[in-house]
Design a binder for this molecule. Structure first.
Ligand code: GDP
Ligand code: MG
Length: 436
């Protein structure tokens, strides 16, 4: 979608003065691009007529940069389509805040439960995860594994109890344990059926959640929109979590879901890892769709992941010239936590389109980590000591080749040298360096 729109807009921008005909034909292309991206037909029709009304106005056509103006209008209307302003989860004034996750099987409920818990922990909360999916094999185990990784309690009563009883008992547990947020991971089905809706309605009536979030898979396009419509009609939802946006090239669900349901998209899942959940910003998503990159999200992500304390420690090490292979690995880890390289590059304006067909070698990072993990403590501190036989041992231990180890050591040496220069510069101050 982004590419199609960009092509259309490139034509507009190159034109200088626009006629009503130019705008209309550009909007026809926008319309086709949206339909091809699986955006709901009614939504498209409505959208185009709104944009057209604004874009063929006198101010636009008479302005010095009519092409830019049209793009701006499209951007604003896309933002509006996705719900306008960003909306968040509000904490209840009387804790615990109960969040009920619903959705079809495989949509990403359990994963999202873990991701949300991580967010809440970062926010200083102490969430209780609740395993209320008693049908899907291994669903309870899946949540328990996430709980362990987060070092956070998981409430479960096995798979023989009624989900309504489980959720009621979970709330009491949260109250006695002092958990200020409760995340209910409920069961899904392959399709919406009455039984599922009944069960969810009963849970809703029993625990009165503060937020009912519907989790939908963005890759299912219009199906996701239909599911959302149904859930909102029968159960009533407060917002949507759109998962697997990382694999969704078309963006149809993101564009139609909130205008069809009238409910906001609150979060976007952008990968399988626990940190791969972002607050959904309609304006940024609109820019991303228009191919303008998403610099703000990138900065936010970097700030979140770059551990402040670690950064300070690193600075200290730079000053003292103690940058080791262990630090090197730490750094790689931090960059990795920000997402895949491709994901990061994608957020830089202008880069998105160029790299979409590029196959990034994430495996390279795995290799480096394996190699460093196969070294002894002494070797990590003093790579100079890693000679022939040690290199062979490390290669064997990490399942790589000696050349890989050689390459890594060379890379590290270069990094160390660069770090030393930066360190010296900080030590002597910029002026000193330049003066010398
Ligand atoms: P549930 O049945 O609704 O609980 O779904 P799960 O949480 O078990 O997720 C189903 C699959 O989708 C799992 O393999 C997850 O790793 C994957 N998944 C969930 N969210 C995302 C996402 O945002 N991006 C990607 N790429 N995969 C996801
Ligand atoms: Mg599940």
């Amino acid at each position: 979608l982004a590419e199609k729109l960009q092509d259309t807009f490139d034509k507009l921008k190159g034109k200088g003065k626009l006629s009503e005909k130019d705008v209309k034909s550009a909007l026809r292309e926008v319309k086709l691009a949206l339909l091809e991206a699986d955006v709901n037909f009614k939504v498209v029709k409505n959208f185009i007529s709104k944009v057209e009304e604004r874009a063929v106005g006198k101010e636009v056509l008479d302005s010095l940069t009519p092409g830019q103006q049209v793009i701006k209008i499209v951007n604003e209307e896309l933002t509006d389509l996705m719900g306008g302003a960003q909306s968040k989860v509000e904490y209840a004034s009387d804790p615990p805040t109960v969040i009920m996750l619903t959705g079809l099987q495989g949509a990403g409920k359990t994963t999202t439960a873990g991701k949300l818990a991580k967010k809440f922990i970062k926010d200083g909360k102490d969430p209780l995860l609740v395993a209320a999916d008693v049908y899907r094999p291994a669903a309870i185990k899946q949540l328990q594994v996430l709980g362990e990784r987060l070092d956070q309690p998981v409430f479960s009563m096995g798979d023989k109890q009624d989900p309504v009883d489980i959720t009621k008992a979970a709330i009491s547990r949260a109250e006695s344990n002092g958990n200020d947020v409760v995340i209910l991971d409920t069961a899904g089905r392959l399709h919406i059926d009455e039984e599922l809706m009944d069960e969810l309605s009963q849970i809703k009536a029993a625990v009165v959640p503060d937020e009912i979030l519907l989790v939908v898979d963005s890759m299912t396009g219009q199906d996701a929109v239909n599911v959302a419509d149904k859930f909102d009609d029968t159960l009533g939802i407060d917002g949507v979590v759109l998962t697997k946006l990382d694999g969704d090239a078309r963006g149809g669900a993101a564009l139609s879901i909130s205008s069809v349901t009238g409910k906001p998209i609150k979060f976007a899942g952008v990968g399988e890892k626990l940190e791969d959940l972002e607050p959904f910003h309609p304006d940024r998503m609109a820019s991303r769709i228009l191919g303008m990159g998403d610099v703000l999200s990138l900065i936010e992500k970097a700030e979140e992941e770059m551990d402040q304390k670690k950064a300070q420690e690193l600075e200290e090490k730079l000053r003292k010239n103690e940058f080791t292979l262990e630090d090197f690995m730490d750094q790689l880890e931090q960059v990795r936590n920000m997402g895949s390289f491709k994901e990061i590059l994608n957020m830089i304006p202008g880069v998105g389109n160029k790299i979409k067909d590029l196959d990034m070698d994430e495996g390279q990072l795995d290799k480096i980590e394996a190699i460093i993990s196969s070294m002894t403590k002494e070797e990590k501190r003093d790579p100079e000591m890693i000679k022939g036989s040690r290199r062979r041992r490390i290669a064997n231990g990490s399942g790589t080749e000696v050349q890989d180890v050689n390459r890594l050591l060379k890379q590290f040496k270069q990094t160390q040298k660069m770090m030393k220069q930066v360190g010296d510069m900080q030590k002597g101050g910029l002026g000193g360096k330049m003066g010398g």
